[in-house]
Unconditional design. Structure first.
Length: 218
């Protein structure tokens, strides 16, 4: 997944870049409106994180969002701003924004909102995932294996959801631990426990162990 970050303050941008890259997202960073506009034709972005106040003006982020939507951008848009008025938030949504995060904010909340927007976009493109004997309805949170319904716990489904949303991606043990078990005292071992449980409930070949971590098999 590729994210465009438009933020002119380095002290704010650097922690966000580090956080997103640790999560294995591809991120392009721009400090200015004109730089961001140059990046847009170069690659497909799944999400744009836009500061509203940029060197070009107090509403440059709004202008960028409007330009992107007019050009057919279908990814999510998350606004970052210190402006908290109802009028600003309403305008952001009217221009095509999907979420609005007011500064200062925690990195944890930022990451959760990014993940939610990316997940929503992926579900919109493919609400029902099918591969071999596996069928996953992402909206109804229903899993079928060889036509048989399989009951999963919340975390089991969340891990499977990540795998089917990005079926060609390798997830490291560290990444899965950080996303789903950040406070687990057992350490990374709990990831292997849940992978083993999913294999037992569905099929041994469902999740492949590959160099670097795990990926969807089937």
């Amino acid at each position: 997944m590729t994210i465009l970050l438009v933020e002119d303050e380095r002290d704010i941008a650097k922690p966000l870049l580090d956080l997103l890259r640790v999560q294995r997202y591809q991120v392009r960073w721009s400090r200015r409106l004109d730089e961001a506009l140059e990046l847009l034709p170069e690659e497909h972005f799944d999400l744009a994180v836009l500061d509203i106040m940029l060197p070009e003006g107090k509403e440059a982020g709004f202008e960028l969002a409007e330009t992107m939507r007019s050009a057919g951008f279908e990814g999510g848009i998350l606004f970052l701003t210190a402006r908290s008025s109802i009028e600003d938030r309403v305008r952001g949504f009217e221009l095509g924004g999907d979420d609005y995060l007011i500064k200062p904010f925690s990195l944890r909340e930022f990451l959760v909102r990014v993940q939610a927007l990316l997940r929503r976009g992926a579900q919109t493109r493919c609400p029902v995932f099918e591969r071999g004997a596996l069928q996953v309805d992402l909206n109804k949170r229903r899993v079928l294996w060889e036509g048989r319904g399989v009951r999963l716990s919340g975390r089991e489904f969340a891990i499977l959801e990540s795998l089917v949303l990005y079926p060609d991606r390798v997830f490291t043990v560290e990444e899965l631990f950080g996303r789903f078990f950040p406070n687990a005292k057992s350490g990374h071992r709990i990831v292997r426990v849940y992978v083993r449980q999913l294999r037992k409930k569905l099929a041994p070949r469902l999740i492949e162990t590959v160099p670097g971590g795990y990926t969807l098999g089937v």
